[in-house]
Design a protein around this ligand. Structure first.
Ligand SMILES: C[S@@+](CC[C@H](N)C(=O)[O-])C[C@H]1O[C@@H](n2cnc3c(N)ncnc32)[C@H](O)[C@@H]1O
Length: 185
């Protein structure tokens, strides 16, 4: 099954959790990853990879000594990811994004340098949004980088409350068009 079909099928089954009808475009992937310092980032966390549009790029760009912890809740996406990523730097975690710290500790890691999130925050109850944003904030090293895309500015205030420095970029070249929040701890 193609990635697009597989994505659409998961969307119909779990609309709120998947939050999109199609994988992100390469334009959005470029905007999401543009400001990340891949030479220095040794611990990268990805939240909600879906079919792996951003994961592919991160694996291509990441330092040979870096590790990538990937959190995906959806069973079908996780099966696909497992069959695609055999790179020993990649740790696939079939669990919720709120548990970043628990899995960093399991890996013997103190902090993450970068968190890349595609989670559909606007679909979640406020408590879950808070809990995920706080987990990302707690996991990040001082001045660590948090990058998140959303289809609206609905969660802007909440993201800004967690991360003091924030820049927002927009790309119309995605379905739907998206805002990229680039934040610093
Ligand atoms: C909008 S899709 C983005 C997929 C992909 N990154 C892309 O841009 O095409 C959101 C993804 O987040 C996953 N997800 C939702 N809630 C999650 C959670 N609490 N923990 C981990 N993944 C979650 C969904 O299963 C889905 O794969």
């Amino acid at each position: 099954m193609s990635k697009k079909k597989s994505f659409l099928r998961q969307f119909w089954q779990e609309k709120k959790m998947v939050g999109a009808m199609a994988p992100s475009s390469r334009f959005l992937a470029q905007k999401m990853l543009k400001g990340i310092d891949f030479k220095r980032a040794k611990v990268i966390v990805e939240l909600g990879p879906g079919t792996g549009v951003f994961t592919d790029k991160i694996v291509e760009l990441m330092h040979p000594d870096a590790v990538l912890l990937v959190f995906e809740l959806n069973d079908h996406f996780m099966d696909q990811l497992r069959s695609r990523y055999t790179d020993p730097r990649v740790r696939l975690i079939h669990d919720s994004a709120e548990k970043i710290q628990e899995y960093l500790e399991k890996e013997g890691l103190n902090h993450a340098d970068v968190v890349v999130s595609s989670l559909p925050l606007a679909n979640f109850p406020k408590e879950l949004r808070d809990s995920i944003l706080n987990a990302a904030d707690d996991a990040l090293v001082e001045n660590g980088h948090y990058v998140q895309f959303q289809y609206s500015l609905q969660s802007k205030k909440q993201i800004q409350k967690t991360f003091k420095k924030m820049q927002i970029r927009f790309t119309p070249l995605n379905f739907p068009p998206a805002f990229v929040y680039s934040c610093r701890k």
